[in-house]
Ligand binder design. Structure first.
Ligand code: PGA
Length: 256
């Protein structure tokens, strides 16, 4: 029996005005959610963090940044530091999302630096990995996943030490925003591979404690099948997290 509490994490990406954000956050806040059964997290754009912090204060909902720099301050125009995210109320930060990797040339090496900086600052990293369609068709999925894990968590691997709070998000690039979801079995296969890698590198306790989220076209109608897989511990949700109704029915997967 899995001991890991599911986490439903909303990745808003570059969406929603302040008014739209206020409505969505108030909608989530006023819903009846059994926080003993599910953790909920929201990752809005940076300029919405302060509003989100105000609305979500004294709720059980976690707040995350969508990215950050690894340095604590300095001449890095356009960047944001771990401490700034913490000051804005974040407990978590999404790192190495495939859109960051593909569109903003982030590498697993810089993701590794960011993971270290997040841990150091007391932020919980949500480390994203995933293969492209071409890589899957070439049957390279497991090689790619392994390389991304080895490189994105390089320092922790060397130390053979990773905080058990760290979260891994498996997001097949071909499933993000496309409406194509990996079947629950396909996703489980990769999640199981990630679990074995975690156990190999950080031992049984840590490997069995770390949560692995699935991301890529998660919707109210596929969440149940995904979350019932033994190694899928929640979801990173883009499009379907932007509307109160669809996000709530994902969060409340345990109801039906
Ligand atoms: P999607 O995005 O749910 O819109 O596919 C997921 C993500 O990129 O985290």
């Amino acid at each position: 029996m899995r001991n890991r509490k599911p986490l439903m994490a909303a990745n808003w990406k570059m969406n929603l005005s302040l008014d739209e954000a206020r409505d969505l956050l108030n909608g989530i806040k006023s819903a009846t959610i059994d926080y003993n059964r599910v953790d909920v997290l929201v990752a809005p754009p940076f300029t919405t963090l302060q509003l989100a912090q105000t609305i979500l204060t004294e709720t059980d909902i976690f707040l995350a940044g969508q990215n950050m720099h690894w340095e604590s301050k300095g001449a890095f125009t356009g960047e944001i530091s771990p401490l700034m995210l913490k000051e804005a109320g974040c407990s978590h930060v999404i790192l190495g999302h495939s859109e960051r990797r593909a569109l903003f040339f982030e590498t697993s090496e810089t993701v590794n630096q960011k993971v270290n900086a997040a841990i150091e600052a007391g932020l919980i990293p949500i480390v994203c990995i995933g293969e492209t369609l071409k890589q899957r068709e070439d049957k390279k999925t497991f090689d790619i996943i392994k390389t991304q894990l080895n490189e994105s968590l390089k320092t922790s691997c060397k130390k053979r030490n990773l905080p058990q709070t760290v979260i891994i998000a498996y997001e097949p690039v071909w499933a993000i925003g496309t409406g194509k979801t990996a079947t629950p079995e396909m996703a489980q296969e990769v999640h199981h591979f990630i679990r074995r890698w975690l156990i190999e590198n950080f031992g049984h306790n840590t490997g069995e404690t770390i949560r692995t989220l699935y991301g890529g076209s998660v919707k109210p109608d596929n969440i149940k099948a995904l979350i019932s897989q033994p190694d899928i511990d929640g979801a990173l949700i883009g499009g379907a997290s932007l509307k109160v109704d669809s996000f709530l029915s994902i969060i409340q997967f345990y109801k039906s």
